[in-house]
Design a protein around this ligand. Structure first.
Ligand SMILES: *Cc1c(COP(=O)(O)O)cnc(C)c1O
Length: 226
C-alpha cells in the first residue's frame, strides 16, 4: 500500500492534538483534514484506510480530477483560493475554506441561490496583513459579517486562516488568536460561525492551543510533496 508511514504518523499527530487541546483549554474537538494536493488518488484512499474521513485540496480542477478516481467516501474540502468564475464547481465540496473577499462571497451566494441550497463556506482572515496571502483584514470583519447575514445563498460556518510560514511562536499565536476573534465577530452578527480552520504541519499544535476545530495537514501525514 502507498504511504506506509501514514498510520504511525497519524497516531502521533492525534496524540499531539489531544495534548495541545488540553493545554489550550478551549474544549473544542478537532477534525484532521488530510491535505492530498499534488498526490495521486492513492493519498485520499490511504487517508480513508487510516481512519480519516476529510480530505483537502487547494485547486478545483485537480480536486475534481482526483474525485473521479477515488472510490472511498471521503468528504472533500476546498482549502485554496477560489476564482469567482469557478463557484459553480464547488458543489462536490462539503466546505469552501477560502472565502477571501466580498466579491467572492457575493458570487458564492449567487450560486447558492441558483442551486437552491446555501454554499457552506469559511471566511478567510489575513490577520498579520501579509501581502502574499488573501483574506479579509480584521477591521473589515464586523461590517462584512452584518452584510453576509443578508446573503441567504451562503452558510458562513466560521473562519479560516493561514499563519505566516515558519514565524516565531508569538506571531503564530497572534495570527491564530486573531482568527478566533474574527469568529467571535461573525457570531456577534448572528452568523452560525463555530469552526476555526487553522494549523498546518509546522504549526498545528499552536493552532489547536488557540482553539482550532479543523487542522489542515499534508506533509506531516504524507511526506514531502514532489
Ligand atoms: C498545502 C496546504 C496545507 C497543508 O500544508 P502542510 O504544511 O503540508 O501540512 C494546509 N492549508 C492550505 C491552504 C494548503 O494549501
Amino acid at each position: 500500500m502507498p504511504f506506509p508511514a501514514l498510520p504511525a504518523a497519524l497516531a502521533d499527530v492525534r496524540r499531539r492534538i489531544a495534548a495541545a487541546a488540553a493545554r489550550g483549554g478551549h474544549g473544542q474537538s478537532v477534525t484532521i483534514i488530510a491535505v492530498t494536493k499534488s498526490f495521486g488518488p492513492g493519498a485520499p484512499a490511504a487517508a480513508y484506510e487510516a481512519g480519516l474521513a476529510d480530505v483537502g485540496e487547494n485547486k478545483v480542477q485537480e480536486a475534481l480530477d482526483k474525485m473521479a478516481r477515488v472510490t472511498v467516501p471521503v468528504r472533500w474540502h476546498l482549502i485554496g483560493h477560489l476564482q469567482r468564475n469557478k463557484v459553480k464547481f464547488t458543489d462536490p465540496f462539503v466546505l469552501v475554506h477560502g472565502m477571501d473577499s466580498a466579491r467572492l462571497a457575493d458570487a458564492l451566494h449567487a450560486h447558492g441561490v441558483s442551486r437552491g441550497k446555501p454554499v457552506p463556506a469559511l471566511l478567510q482572515v489575513n490577520v498579520t496583513g501579509e501581502a502574499t496571502k488573501g483574506g479579509y483584514t480584521p477591521p473589515d470583519i464586523a461590517a462584512e459579517a452584518r452584510r453576509l447575514r443578508a446573503l441567504d445563498g451562503l452558510h458562513v460556518g466560521g473562519v479560516m486562516t493561514m499563519a505566516p510560514f515558519d514565524a516565531p511562536e508569538p506571531v503564530l499565536r497572534a495570527a491564530f488568536g486573531g482568527a478566533r476573534e474574527a469568529r467571535s465577530r461573525l457570531a456577534d452578527a448572528g452568523l452560525p460561525a463555530t469552526e476555526l480552520s487553522m494549523g498546518m504541519s509546522g504549526d498545528f499544535e499552536i493552532a489547536v492551543e488557540e482553539g482550532a476545530t479543523m487542522v489542515r495537514l499534508g506533509t506531516i501525514l504524507f511526506g514531502t510533496r514532489g
